[in-house]
Design a binder for this molecule. Structure first.
Ligand SMILES: [Zn+2]
Ligand SMILES: [Zn+2]
Length: 638
């Protein structure tokens, strides 16, 4: 007899060997129709999998994220079958999911071109229409190796498999592929899909290997969701921060320094507004700020462990015959500051922030505007505390993080907790204390989170913060990491209550991650229409004709006195042209003035994105604008 515990805690008794699919049938008709896979004791499996004994079972549908992922991955197999039917010489390498879709790496001498996509899609539609079942077949590793002896790619995949039972899946009896699964019950369960692009990719990312063709696709439960996704992609193109950065004169890149951003004057206004705000919040939360050197000698990086674990991502230089490295992280420098004097438990928790300029090597192929750069400023901080203080400190960091995200208009957050990996340092007790402190802090704030078992750093568990932008794209920004390694490596100590020397707990944390990347995210989230407090040019005065130039000067002075970032346009152009020009710069407010406004001490306010104009007293306008800046109000209307 199988005793099945369902997600709501209810128990279903059924014969051993009952397939998950039949369980869905016992639960209800709606679920039977929607079911595509199951989670049995935490593991995702095909719907045809039998259950035995005491088990926890969850039926997976396309409403679940994993359900969507299983459909996308199944779609990769269908695409592979379609490609193999068109090009029988094609060798399949590897077909995983990616965000919003999937790809399959194909070894084929003939190039697959975008013009071929329609042909592949047509074939895929036929396979889906035939509604062929995905059938799983298992064999031992040795059998599988013999079966695929002539296929170097699949042989390699078997060697990388973590199970001794190797599984194959076929669609009906036509097409078979090595895969650990799970998949949809049948090909007909794929919703709406589209092949998106094809790009070159080396096998294992190794440039000495043959260049493969990576074909990307996307799949969604319905055509409506696919259309919505394609619309978001179009919208994202329009919001591309690299295009807007140029149009708004915010930053640039130059071949003189690939991956090193040049931040222009207007970009620096955004930057400094973020820094001012960041600093004020950190003051409020009791942080001190320091600054450590960018270049430090090799010996330090040996001691910190970066030499052994991070060398490939670092840059090196030589000063007076001695080897130096350019810092990829700020913590070792901070440890040296810590060691300049003695510390007592009375100083703890000690919160030290640094806007640290770090360099990390990225392959030239992955650099992408401000999103992926080789040099960036990290909004870094470290907290030294006692084990008992961990939970309260984590709560403090969570509060500070949310306060900062909200100020930028991000309300949709997601949190992930990563726990002890196989390879780790530190005792089980300290891992338990630290992991429980993280869990308790999240529980205290009644925050829902996802656990990534075994995904922590080797030196401690961590929490990651993700935000969702207006195009529903997810960005990992902040992180809180506990570290049991570095304080020991650097021999950091404090004197405890009982007068003995102890090693402090070290917490690494960042809220925005990289300033450069965060500014890129802001630009795309707002499509360049930044909130007033961040807009480089907040107000522009536009005179209808030169008769009003004197009054324009008076208005401009008043704006400047009120410390608003402003300019005026006294050119001979027609007012329509002046408005169009100001509009293209995405500034917040245009104040149009003519003789009527001069006489009544008013301004005609044109709000960005608003068709209506409004005439108000100049002092009233200033009061309103100032208030919106202080409140970090995203809405410009009044
Ligand atoms: Zn598969
Ligand atoms: Zn650190």
């Amino acid at each position: 007899m199988a005793k099945v515990t369902l997600p709501d805690g209810s128990i279903l008794e059924t014969a051993d060997g009952t397939a998950a699919k039949q369980l869905a049938e016992q639960i209800g008709q709606g679920l039977t129709k929607a079911a595509i896979a199951a989670r049995v004791n935490g593991q995702l499996v095909d719907l045809s999998t039998p259950v035995n004994g005491d088990v926890a079972v969850q039926i997976i549908t396309l409403k679940d994220n994993q359900g969507l992922e299983i459909m996308r991955h199944s779609c990769a197999h269908i695409m592979a079958e379609a490609i193999c039917s068109i090009w029988p010489d094609a060798k399949l390498v590897y077909g995983p999911i990616v965000e919003d879709g999937f790809y399959y790496d194909i070894d084929l001498d003939e190039s697959i071109r975008p013009a071929d996509f329609e042909r592949i899609e047509k074939k895929m539609r036929e396979i889906i229409k035939a509604d062929k079942p995905f059938i799983r077949k298992e064999m031992s590793r040795d059998e599988a190796l013999t079966k695929l002896a002539s296929d170097k790619y699949k042989t390699d995949n078997i060697k990388h498999a973590d199970s001794d039972v190797i599984s194959f899946y076929s669609h009906g009896d036509d097409f078979e592929d090595l895969c650990r699964g799970p998949h949809l019950p049948s090909t007909g369960r794929v919703g709406s899909f589209k092949i998106m692009s094809v790009a070159g990719a080396y096998w294992h990312g190794d440039p000495t290997q043959k260049m493969l063709q990576r074909v990307y696709g996307t799949a969604w439960p319905t055509q409506k969701e696919l259309d919505e996704y394609l619309r978001r992609l179009e919208e994202a193109k329009k919001r591309d921060h690299r295009v807007l950065g140029k149009q708004l004169d915010l930053f640039s890149f130059n071949k003189a320094g690939p991956g090193f951003a040049f931040i222009h004057a207007k970009g620096m206004i955004i930057w400094n507004a973020i820094v001012d705000f960041w600093r004020s919040v950190h003051d409020k939360y009791g942080y001190q700020q320091i600054q450590t050197p960018i270049i430090l000698n090799e010996e330090l990086w040996h001691r910190s462990g970066h030499w052994d674990n991070y060398k490939e991502n670092m840059y090196f230089t030589d000063i007076d015959g001695t080897g130096y490295a350019i810092k990829p992280m700020n913590c070792p420098g901070l440890c040296l500051v810590y060691k300049t004097r003695q510390h007592s438990y009375r100083e703890f928790p000690m919160r030290v922030a640094e806007l640290g300029l770090v360099h990390r090597h990225e392959a030239s192929g992955v650099m992408h505007g401000l999103f992926r750069v080789r040099q960036f400023t990290q909004d870094d901080a470290h907290i030294f505390c006692t084990p008992e203080q961990i939970e309260a400190e984590i709560i403090g960091v969570i509060e500070l993080t949310f306060e900062i995200y909200r100020a930028f208009g991000f309300e949709d957050f997601r949190i992930e907790l990563s726990t002890k990996p196989q390879k780790h340092i530190g005792s089980d007790e300290i891992w338990d204390t630290a992991t429980n402190a993280l869990k308790d802090a999240l529980a205290h704030k009644t925050i829902e989170y996802k656990i990534n078992e075994g995904d922590g750093a080797f030196y401690g568990p961590k929490i990651d913060f993700h935000i969702r932008d207006c195009l529903k794209r997810s960005w990992q920004l902040g992180t809180i990491q506990l570290d049991f390694s570095m304080p020991q490596r650097f021999g950091l100590v404090y004197t405890d209550k009982d007068n003995t020397e102890k090693t402090p707990v070290m917490i690494h944390r960042a809220v925005l991650g990289s300033f450069e990347r965060f500014i890129g995210i802001l630009i795309e989230h707002y499509g360049g229409n930044l909130p007033l407090w961040l807009t480089p040019e907040q107000v522009r005065v536009l005179a209808i004709s030169e008769k009003s130039n004197d009054y324009a000067q008076i208005v401009l002075h008043k704006l400047k006195d009120a410390q608003l970032r402003c300019s005026m346009d006294l050119s001979n152009e027609k007012i329509g042209a002046k408005i169009a020009k100001a509009h293209s710069k995405k500034l917040s407010y245009m104040l149009v003035i003519g003789p009527k406004e001069a006489q009544s001490n008013t301004v005609n306010v044109r709000i960005r994105g608003d068709k209506e104009t409004k005439t108000v007293q100049i002092d009233e306008f200033i009061t309103i604008a100032k208030r919106k800046i202080v409140d970090k109000n995203i809405d410009l209307t009044f």
